[in-house]
Write a protein that binds this ligand. Structure first.
Ligand code: GLY
Length: 353
């Protein structure tokens, strides 16, 4: 079991990562309010009731569409109805959606309760439960409303991965490959792995990704200095496609976005061909061939809402070389032209294969 401490100016967050973490660290003193979703609740209802007996449980509908203001208010209402007090604890028990919305509710209710994150998907274990970003989507923009609010504890137990469908593992691998493009040691481990979906491997690499993230969040908790922006590698195009097409998981769109942004970096001479090829191979080993899209300009147009943008320029974070990424700022027109060209390249590749 690994214990990773993430210190910020105002708070300390401890991440317990490994087998047995839930059994050892999930017990909480005092009043507890659980937020979970319908899928997770149907799998873990007994465990939740046994571990947090007497807690109020709010079950939200599973899926990204629940990350909205109505669900947020319904959580806050139940907190008030249950008489939750400021010194008591909100537990986010579930994947990224639960973590984001429960974290936001915890930060708003009485201006802040205690918060514990118990991520149950690979994506939330490896990325979203750590670092204190909370959010809901609003006006069709992902994560438009949110706060920075660190959980006191994050309990990352690989036992939850056993009930995940393969698509959820692929989704988490989207963020893991992102960390591989940011961190040389993670990249080397990924390159050396026989099977990226092996559970022992996932447990080990998850701790490495969290360690990387803890370092970045320590440097730039509020995403103001540039370091945290790197964690958005592949996300500008990924988020835009996710908003427009919305059929795949977040992690899969991150992989597709990384592919497109690598293409742009290569065209601009910012990323070596051989290294780009290695990252592309990792991507396709997880999700297969990158799809060819219709309406790709329209979809990519959603990138204008990305919060990294400055003025009229679209910002993307692309892989550069081992352990290094690069921020590329493009006019909207140039960005859309590159995306269209990449889609055309994929189409040609498909036709020739
Ligand atoms: N998932 C990106 C971040 O936490 O900053």
């Amino acid at each position: 079991m690994k214990e990773i401490v993430l210190k910020t100016n105002t708070q300390k967050s401890v991440i317990y990562c490994g087998k047995g973490a839930f059994e050892k660290y999930a017990h909480i003193e005092g009043g507890v309010f659980i937020v979970t979703d319908s899928n997770v609740y149907s799998l873990y209802r007994d465990l939740i009731e046994k571990t947090f007996s007497g807690a109020t449980v709010k079950v939200i509908r599973a899926g990204e569409r629940s990350k909205n203001s109505r669900t947020l208010l319904s959580i806050l209402k139940l907190m008030a109805d249950a008489g939750l007090k400021r010194g008591e604890t909100v537990v986010a028990f579930g994947g990224g959606v639960v973590g984001d919305i429960a974290g936001l509710a915890a930060s708003l209710y009485m201006r802040g309760t205690h918060l514990v994150q118990i991520p149950t998907t690979l994506l939330s274990q490896v990325d979203s439960s750590v670092g204190g970003k909370t959010a809901i989507d609003f006006k069709k923009v992902k994560n438009l409303i949110g706060t920075f609010y660190q959980p006191e504890k994050v309990i990352v137990d690989p036992m939850f991965l056993k009930t995940l469908p393969e698509r959820e593992i692929n989704c988490g691998l989207g963020e893991i490959i992102k960390y591989g493009a940011l961190d040389k040691d993670i990249y080397e481990k990924l390159q050396g792995a026989d099977d990226l979906k092996n559970f022992e491997f996932l447990e080990d690499i998850t701790a490495d990704c969290i360690q990387h993230k803890a370092k970045v969040v320590f440097e730039d908790e509020h995403d103001l200095l540039g370091a945290r922006k790197t964690l958005n590698l592949g996300h500008t195009t990924g988020h835009a496609f996710e908003l427009y097409y919305g059929k795949k998981s977040h992690g899969e769109y991150v992989l597709i976005g990384t592919f497109y942004e690598l293409y742009i970096a290569k065209k601009l001479g910012l990323c070596e061909e051989a290294y780009a090829q290695n990252i592309e191979n990792m991507i396709t080993s997880v999700i297969g061939n990158i799809p060819v899209y219709g309406d790709v300009r329209k979809a990519a147009g959603f990138a204008v809402y990305d919060k990294k943008n400055e003025g009229e320029r679209i910002s993307i974070i692309a892989p550069k070389r081992e352990g290094e990424s690069v921020e590329i700022k493009l006019s909207v027109e140039d960005y859309l032209n590159y995306v269209e060209a990449c889609n055309g390249f994929l189409k040609e590749q498909n036709e020739n294969s």
